[in-house]
Design a protein around this ligand. Structure first.
Ligand SMILES: Cc1ncc(COP(=O)(O)O)c(C=O)c1O
Length: 374
């Protein structure tokens, strides 16, 4: 009999674990009276902002909109450049384009896969207005260096925290460092909805006010657009679900970290690199990404896992600057780390509900590949 399929993430297992609480929260919204924004959304915005340590939360439709509107809120648009990475979900770069600004892409640090502050510094021009740091895979970017760089060069720092809910940098949660930070609640994220969702956080009251206007037609009062805006509102049903899940986030993060430690110690003698945690940073392991030195070995290992019904992922197989929509259109620095990562990274199953037995199955299958190959 074929063994059960294991994937990189399993949002349905997350729902089933909290089914009673989530079903009750959904019923609460169904009972009304408000189906757009309202108390439920405001309550979750306040709870999430307090959890991260930021002053204000503004819930939006998804993490891409959060970046887009964050840039608009900072007054960034046509003619402005925004530096970010190519080794990320395309959403980060797409959101810069949505704001009408020009993305400029920097290489990442080979140990943490987050933006290299040195590489970013080399790309700054008179048109640069902001740097978007992506805390990729759940590992915080080098926020001290980036904060100092932005301060020195008069730039805004935006944190893309889509993969890093609850991660800490020298004790403080990411999302509380930038002028504005953005989150996605896509179902597979560490804090995931059962549909789309996103949020912007800031501790600047004036910026928070502007972000609130931007997410709903620029309305200060209903039917009165003070500024031109969009329609991107966090759904109350999703806010209610997220409010439940937020209470479990620390326990889920602890489980993710436990699973990551177990992988890393089981793989200590194997010829690939496991994720590391830079000094003073707390990884929340949105993804557990190994780096296999040769592409052919990476791809063969992936196929070997697939034959055992284990679906490893590649985050990300195509750097944004090499994707058809962007190739030749974007200014970049040297991209050697990014381009190497695309052909060597492999994401193994890791989510809070992954059982020890299922993790052992992944470990044994990975080990069997290298035993038979040696
Ligand atoms: C790093 C990063 N930024 C932005 C996003 C966009 O989030 P969403 O899918 O909610 O639009 C994602 C998720 O897909 C992501 O992983």
């Amino acid at each position: 009999m074929e063994e059960k399929a294991l994937y990189v993430a399993d949002p349905r297992a997350g729902y089933l674990q909290l089914k009673q609480e989530i079903d009750a929260a959904i019923q609460g919204v169904l009972d009304g009276p408000v189906y757009i924004l309202g108390e439920t959304v405001s309550r979750f915005e306040a709870a999430f902002a307090a959890y991260i340590g930021a002053g204000y939360g503004v819930g939006v439709n998804n993490g891409t909109d959060a970046i887009h509107l964050a840039l608009r809120g900072l007054g960034i648009g046509p003619g402005d450049e925004v530096i970010t990475v190519s080794h990320t979900a395309v959403a980060t770069v797409a959101a810069v384009v949505m704001a009408g600004a020009t993305p400029v892409l920097a290489d990442v640090d080979p140990a943490t896969y987050t933006i290299s502050p040195g590489a970013a510094a080399e790309l700054i021009t008179a048109r640069t207005k902001a740097i978007i740091a992506v805390h990729l895979y759940g590992h915080p970017a080098d926020l001290n260096a980036l904060g100092a760089l932005c301060e020195r060069r008069g730039l805004k720092l935006v944190e893309d925290c889509a993969q890093a809910h609850g991660a800490r940098y020298h004790g403080r949660r990411v999302g509380s460092f930038g002028h504005v930070s953005t989150f996605s609640f896509y179902p597979t994220k560490n804090l995931g909805a059962i549909g789309d969702g996103g949020m912007m956080l800031t501790s600047d009251p004036e910026l928070a006010r502007r972000l609130r206007l931007l997410r709903q037609y620029g309305w200060d009062t209903p039917q009165n657009s003070l500024i031109q805006g969009w329609n991107s509102r966090l759904d109350p049903m999703q806010a209610a679900i997220l409010e439940v899940k937020l209470k479990h986030l620390d326990a889920h993060t602890a489980r993710r970290r436990e699973l990551a430690r177990a992988y890393t110690s089981a793989f200590a003698d194997l010829p690939f690199a496991c994720p590391l945690e830079a000094d003073g940073r707390e990884h929340v392991h949105h993804l557990y990404v190994i780096r296999v030195p040769q592409r052919a070995v990476r791809d063969a290992l992936r196929t070997h896992l697939l034959n055992a019904n284990i679906h490893a992922g590649i985050h990300y197989p195509h750097p944004v600057h090499q994707q058809p929509a962007y190739e030749g259109h974007l200014r970049t620095g040297d991209m050697s780390v990014t381009e190497d990562a695309a052909v060597t990274v492999l994401s193994l199953p890791l989510y809070p509900e992954l059982s020890d037995a299922d993790q052992q199955r992944v470990i044994q299958t990975v080990r069997a590949y290298f035993n038979s190959a040696s």
